[in-house]
Design a protein around this ligand. Structure first.
Ligand code: PEP
Ligand code: MG
Length: 333
């Protein structure tokens, strides 16, 4: 009965805004991996898709999907979500995402190898096909493109050049697309976070990928259980990199989201809100719970958590402070 009651109270939140008691709002969007998740996303009350991973197109298929196949999937999701935005992330294969379970990388360090944007820039035909599909689908609703695993400004420039050339190609084919489509990058490497100001001048938005940012900052393999204890979202280095990224976005006037698993933990979500993140994107099932906690707070409480944690970055007390906050405000029924 308690579970049912909790479920109903969360469902009642679906159409309410995600804002503090005194009206300070933050966008809550959903992460998606498979097209059939779109109904769950809509039912969750998400204000858009903050991360549509596109690896499913390639994983376990045995062949690269055609532009038409990709276009149909993107169009369907973008139409269903309209007028809310869908952020389509370009291919992020490599690292922990392989073409098939038997196709594990031979590299000693697949997470540091030819992954994501590196793979796409090395295979421009593969990349162009995906860009064409996303651009064509952008004629059907609010679409944004996001490039993963950026470490250097030259990658952003090369990816954007390719995007421009695909746009020209589509225009001369007479195909419709959104010519002003927003282009963003994932900030998920220390290299990107430390050069965020430079990168911010090249793009319309950032999305902080804390799953990878923590891995690369802490030198902890995100899929290795034996070092899982060292995988710490509250490590001062991680929080400093997030802070730097938000500051760079503010200074340059672009918006900044966060789409790693951190966003799904209500207390960490509040901390991220306090740090100035504009949009949190998470698994749709966690949206109502995060919203419930944010709606129970005042802006002063959000700011206090940020101040308490940031003032204690190097005292080893951050985890205890977060736990106290969790007990007081975010313990679920
Ligand atoms: C991340 O790295 O935080 C992220 C959201 O992307 P993925 O988990 O797909 O690497
Ligand atoms: Mg990532």
């Amino acid at each position: 009965e308690r579970i049912e009651a909790e479920k109903e109270s969360l469902e009642a939140l679906r159409d309410l805004p995600c804002e503090t008691k005194d009206g300070y709002g933050i966008e809550l969007a959903a992460n998606m991996e498979f097209p059939n998740e779109i109904d769950t996303v809509i039912a969750s009350g998400a204000q858009g898709v903050g991360l549509f991973r596109s690896e499913f197109f390639y994983i376990d298929r045995g062949r690269i999907p055609t532009e038409e196949e990709q276009f149909q999937v993107y169009r369907d999701i973008i139409e269903k979500m309209a007028p809310q935005a869908v952020i389509c992330r370009t291919l992020d294969l490599g690292g922990d995402k392989f073409l098939s379970p038997t196709d594990m990388a031979d590299d000693m360090n697949p997470f540091l190898g030819l992954r994501a944007i590196r793979l796409c820039l090395a295979n421009p035909d593969l990349f162009r096909t995906q860009l064409r599909a996303i651009l064509r689908a952008s004629a059907y609703g609010n679409t944004k493109i996001m490039f993963p695993f950026i470490t250097d400004i030259s990658e952003v420039r090369r990816a954007r050049e390719l995007l421009e050339s695909v746009k020209n190609e589509l225009a001369s084919d007479g195909q419709d697309f959104d010519p002003d489509i927003e282009v963003g990058i994932m900030v998920e490497t220390p290299a990107a976070a430390l050069t965020a100001e430079q990168l911010a001048n090249e793009v319309d938005f950032f999305s902080i990928g804390t799953n990878d940012l923590i891995q690369y900052t802490m030198a902890v393999d995100r899929v290795n259980e034996s070092v899982a204890e060292l995988y710490n979202p509250l490590h001062p280095s991680v929080l400093q990199l997030i802070r730097l990224t938000v500051e760079a976005a503010r200074k340059t006037g672009i918006w900044v989201g966060l789409c790693g698993e951190m966003a799904a933990d209500p207390s960490l979500a509040v901390l991220m809100m306090g740090l100035g993140i504009d949009e949190l994107s998470m698994s749709p099932v966690t949206i109502p719970e995060v919203k419930k906690v944010i709606r129970s707070l005042t802006l002063a409480e959000v700011r206090k958590l940020r101040q308490d944690i940031m003032a204690n970055l190097n005292t080893g007390q951050a985890a205890r402070i977060l736990e106290q906050f969790r007990r007081k405000h975010a313990r679920s029924a």
